[in-house]
Ligand binder design. Structure first.
Ligand code: COA
Length: 260
């Protein structure tokens, strides 16, 4: 299934793969890509048939090489403010009730890095390169990089990347905890699909609750986070999926979750 030229959607069973395809510009995010991506992720979020999502870049050179720098030239601060006030693709990914995996297949820079940071899990090809090179342009990360990167890799590692603009390879990204796994390029998508399928086989109610509770750990005080966890646990306990999961275990069979 294809939604647009620049953001392709392909459903593999219960896993939706969104591919950003603007290869001649290293999949850089221009207004058209942002619009198409927002439409694609909104559609996926509302599609009960989709249980997990993979985001990747087309070709073997780039995941996403950042915001389209060409669009910065001549743009007024007010126009830029309007662009950034609109609901962003980063929040749409982070707030998705479904698990979202970044399959990082090449340059993952600036806004591309920020897109990967908004995903729940990052898998990288051994040839991927990561960086927040905004300081080279006299700007700073504006898609959440200054906030999400330190929450994932810690303050020192985040500041080293953001203040130097340096690129790091996949092995270093793994060492600092930026990516969960590094794979040979040909194994990246098979592994991403296998992991997404594992997640897709679980209860959608439990997945959404687990994602919301775990992500809240980064923004809530412990007591509030524990209260949220308890109420989301209770929500799961009231679900048909919980009854099915427990019954399936006791009957020694695979559970068939419906998301109710
Ligand atoms: N915005 C707009 N165009 C971009 C782009 C971006 N972020 N990243 C790459 N491109 C374009 C290049 O301008 C070039 O266009 P052209 O063929 O019309 O000249 C094309 O993509 C290929 O890029 P090129 O630099 O020739 O490829 P490369 O493989 O040698 O290098 C990068 C790839 C990603 C390292 C390099 O293009 C780069 O540094 N891009 C900018 C990254 C950045 O600063 N991102 C943060 C933006 S806030």
């Amino acid at each position: 299934m294809s939604d647009s030229e620049v953001v392709r959607r392909e459903d593999r069973g219960r896993v939706a793969v969104l591919t950003i395809d603007r290869q001649e510009k290293r999949n850089a995010l221009n207004a058209e890509v942002r619009r198409a991506f927002a439409a694609a992720i909104d559609a996926v979020n509302l599609d009960a048939g989709v249980r997990a999502v993979i985001i990747t870049g087309a070709g073997d050179k780039a995941f996403v090489a950042g915001a389209d720098i060409g669009e910065f030239e001549g743009r007024t601060p007010v126009d830029q403010w309007r662009v950034m006030k609109a609901p962003t693709m980063f929040e749409a990914v982070e707030r998705s009730p479904k698990p979202v995996i970044a399959a990082v297949n090449g340059f993952c820079l600036g806004g591309g890095m920020e897109l990967a940071l908004a995903c729940d899990v990052r898998l990288a090809s051994a040839s991927a390169k990561f960086g927040q090179p905004e300081v080279n342009l006299g700007i700073i990360p504006g898609g959440g990089g200054t906030q999400r990167l330190p929450r994932i890799v810690g303050l020192g590692a985040a500041l080293k990347l953001i203040l130097s603009g340096d690129l790091i390879d996949a092995a270093e990204a793994h060492r600092i905890g930026l990516v969960e796994e590094v794979l040979p390029p040909t194994e990246l998508m098979p592994r991403a699909v296998a992991l997404a399928e594992t997640m897709a086989s679980k209860s959608p109610v439990a997945l959404a609750a687990a994602k919301e509770a775990t992500r809240a750990a980064l923004s809530l005080p412990l007591d509030d986070g524990l209260k949220l966890e308890t109420s989301l646990f209770q929500l799961c306990f009231a679900s048909e999926d919980k009854a099915e999961g427990v019954r399936a275990f006791l009957e020694k069979r695979a559970a068939n979750f419906t998301g109710r």
